[in-house]
Design a binder for this molecule. Structure first.
Ligand code: NDP
Length: 246
């Protein structure tokens, strides 16, 4: 039997990057997966088509994480379609990197709304439908613990909010047998942070292993945290950064 047989998962931001890899790995382990997207309708459709090709049901939901009512609606649609949620992966995120003096209030609000508020709101909505053995897994960043250069102030601030959120929520949901964990990636090759991008070499110098991580590295950890094998892990942050923060 596969590790996630009969489980229902919802992944936010599943149309590209880590989210798409997480969708595929959870499904490969037997989960039925719903996922959200914002602008990438075509990419979302191709993620869903890949699952259909493997004979798996899925649900692609247009839901802007900046809009709390859309986040709640995505949870409700998942439950309406599949009956419940066993695994929530809060993955959707944005990174606006620039000199501190140049941030606008709009960028601040957008970043905090997507990277922090949506995680709060989505977890709250999903928890109402979760039972014993359910999982809430959030994608933070190793930058919550260490910022190794300029331009990351707002992003790091938004991700550090998840650290305490994760701890608090593990206390709230622990008595119900629900685990809550934070995954903190380092540089991972995606559209957000391409391994051949202008700032890649500076990041690479900081990585003990000398190279960017792959989306599958993050998906494997998330899949483990979603599985029954991780049942005694909760309230913790696991940094997966090739040694960036060491
Ligand atoms: P990408 O930019 O490659 O992909 C982002 C995904 O999130 C897309 O599916 C996108 O969907 C979705 N998304 C973005 N904005 C919204 C929104 N407003 N509402 C709903 N979905 C949205 O990012 P990564 O895969 O690199 O990042 C995934 C997570 O990992 C993020 O939380 C990021 O902060 C974090 N992270 C990334 C690191 C890296 O080096 N790549 C390092 C550490 C953390 P669409 O295209 O449809 O808009």
């Amino acid at each position: 039997m596969k590790r996630l047989e009969n489980k229902i998962a919802l992944v936010t931001g599943g149309s590209r990057g880590m989210g798409a890899a997480i969708v595929q790995q959870l499904a490969a382990e037997g989960a039925t997966v719903a996922f959200t997207y914002n602008k990438g309708a075509e990419k979302a459709a191709s993620v869903a088509a890949e699952l259909t090709g493997k004979g798996q049901r899925s649900l692609a939901i247009a839901a802007d994480s900046a809009d709390p009512s859309a986040v709640v609606a995505a949870v409700d649609k998942t439950v309406a379609e599949f009956g419940r949620i066993d695994i929530l992966v809060n993955n959707a995120g944005i990174a606006v990197m620039k000199p501190f003096e140049d941030y606008t209030l709009e960028e601040y609000n957008q970043t905090m709304d997507i990277n922090a508020r949506a995680v709060f709101v989505g977890s709250q909505a999903a928890a109402k439908h979760m039972g014993k053995g359910a999982r809430i897994i959030t994608i933070g960043s190793c930058m919550a613990d260490r910022v190794s250069g300029p331009y990351g102030t707002l992003y790091a601030m938004s991700k550090s909010a998840l650290t305490a959120f994760n701890k608090g929520l593990s206390r709230d949901l622990g008595p119900r047998g629900i685990t809550v964990n934070l995954v903190q990636p380092g540089p991972i090759d995606t559209d957000m942070n391409p391994a051949d991008g202008a700032h890649a070499d500076a990041q690479r110098k900081n990585i003990s292993l000398g190279e960017y991580g792959k989306v599958e590295d993050i998906a494997s950890l998330v899949t483990f945290l979603a599985s029954p094998e991780s049942g005694y892990i909760t309230g913790t942050a696991i940094t997966i950064d090739g040694g960036t923060n060491s």
